[in-house]
Design a protein around this ligand. Structure first.
Ligand code: ADQ
Length: 458
């Protein structure tokens, strides 16, 4: 079996004990790398200031080598904050209004990808299979091809791919699409993303669909496919079952004093629809006086990308909004919204999901959204909660037992919260079982195997 080389912006390096990393993606990639032996390369997350980064830092655990590089301050600014997070992220999440184009940033993005390719090249063997992850690394295959590498190279995009009219607002859209055509397999989360990609290329007259996922474009034939990412379903369910004994989960249960729990868990990001969700919760409370005093909405939201101005602004907006709603509808003995800006360990998270009667997952746009899948996996089969899910999350294509909502429709979401809290047990069980059966079969290992099987197919 050929070695596997994984390249992604950030790398999950095991701690000194070699313990399994937290998070399904890291677990699945580590398993795939362990089976074949290989390298996981990416950015260390550190800056070398204005000096050229030193040689790769290599750490070997079993048959996996973790290869990390620092980046200069300028690289971090242009490639990461500038182009990846302020152009590609908003565009792929349909936020034309937030994209900030700058020639410097675009050039920095392509330059850093060339740098990654140059650092990776000396480690590559002829029959290595290379799997590149996410929007930070789109031009990597083109760089490697230019250096003469003929290896199988696959790409998986974790975020959505927008329709042509959105994508084409980006000045370098053609270079980006040419970059994707240098892979052998380009994987998206859903059939919608794949259709946007293929449709955009064909509409521009720069590609031909050859059927069966094969696309001919920029002088090459490659394949497109969709591979919905998932979680370690059985392991997560197990965490949740055992979480009843966790001291923090027990204290959380006591503290809600028998009220119904509604939970939201997201990185603080404008794509996640947090402000619309708080509005919907307020609307629900005002429209349903019988639920006043009887529900607690727990929103767990670790800060992310605080260096990017839109995110810094959002931190303030959400905190103010939660404060304002609490000020308006709390009583002396009831605070409806608990808003937490911290990361929570996975076992505790699993226990909190299980306690919640409603899981609110209402992004305005999301590649997949693993929180939706984790919420389902964590439920008690005898008494499962209800998932209220945005139709604009990739997960909505699979989780058909959820109450699907349009997150822009505040009243509709408020109505779904009420429906979830009042849903009879039998209906909850039937909806949950449909989703759980699907997730047990389609877990993250299956996602990884499916992608690699197609990438290595003759
Ligand atoms: P993200 O945008 O980060 O991922 P998501 O899929 O929801 O979004 O994954 C978030 C992960 O972080 C979940 O596993 C969740 O449990 C964890 N998490 C969130 N808040 C937490 C907290 N307070 N404490 C601890 N853990 C927390 C991107 C794309 C998604 C896609 C994934 C994977 O934007 O659409 O599903 O990659 O491909």
């Amino acid at each position: 079996m050929s070695r596997l080389i994984v390249v992604s912006n950030r790398v999950t390096v095991p701690d000194k004990s070699g313990a399994a990393p937290a998070g399904g993606l890291a677990v699945a990639l580590k398993a795939a790398l362990g089976e074949r032996g290989g390298i996981w390369m990416g950015w260390s997350g550190k800056s070398s200031g204005d000096r050229e980064p030193e040689a790769l830092s290599l750490q070997t655990h079993g048959n996996i080598t973790y290869a990390l590089t620092d980046l200069t301050d300028t690289d971090v600014e242009e490639y990461y904050h500038g182009f990846a997070n302020r152009v590609l992220w908003p565009i792929c999440h349909y936020r034309l209004d937030l994209a900030e184009y700058g020639r410097k940033e675009m050039a920095g993005y392509f330059r850093v990808n060339r740098f990654f390719a140059q650092r990776l090249a000396p480690m590559l063997k002829e029959d290595d299979v290379i799997w590149v992850h996410d929007y930070h690394m789109i031009p990597l295959a083109a760089e490697l091809r230019q250096m003469g590498f003929k290896n199988r190279i696959g790409f998986f995009l974790h975020i959505p791919w927008p329709p042509a009219d959105v994508l084409f607002t980006m000045p370098v859209h053609e270079e980006i699409m040419r970059g994707l055509s240098r892979y052998d397999l380009v994987g998206f989360q859903t059939d919608h993303d794949l259709a946007n990609f293929e449709g955009g290329l064909v509409r521009e007259g720069i590609a031909e669909s050859l059927g069966d996922g094969r696309i001919s474009s920029f002088g090459r034939t490659f394949r497109g496919g969709f591979y919905p990412i998932s979680i370690e379903t059985a392991a997560f369910a197990d965490y949740a079952r055992r979480a009843a004994n966790n001291a923090l989960v027990r204290r959380a249960r006591q503290s809600i004093e028998g009220r119904d729990l509604i939970i939201g868990v997201d990185r603080l990001d404008y794509s996640k629809g947090i402000t619309q969700r708080i509005d919907a919760f307020e609307r629900f409370i005002r429209a349903n006086p019988a639920h006043q005093h009887r529900v607690t909405y727990l929103q767990i939201t670790p800060k992310s990308r605080s260096e990017v101005p839109e995110y810094e602004q959002m931190q303030r907006t959400v905190a103010e909004q939660a404060g304002r709603v609490n000020g308006a509808i709390s009583a002396v003995d009831w605070v409806p919204i608990r808003y937490i800006n911290r990361s929570i360990s996975r076992p505790v998270l699993a226990g909190l999901y299980r306690m919640a009667k409603v899981g609110l997952v209402t992004p305005l746009r999301d590649g997949m959204n693993l929180v939706a899948k984790e919420y389902v996996a964590a439920q008690d089969p005898e008494n499962p909660g209800v998932l209220v899910l945005s139709r604009f999350a990739g997960a909505a294509r699979e989780l058909t037992g959820a109450l699907l909502v349009n997150p822009y429709d505040i009243e509709g979401t408020a109505h779904a919260i009420a429906r979830g809290l009042n849903m009879p047990l039998e209906e909850r069980q039937a909806r949950w079982k449909r989703m759980m059966d699907h997730l047990l079969e389609h877990d993250v290992m299956r996602w990884c195997d499916d992608f690699l099987k197609d990438l290595t197919a003759p």
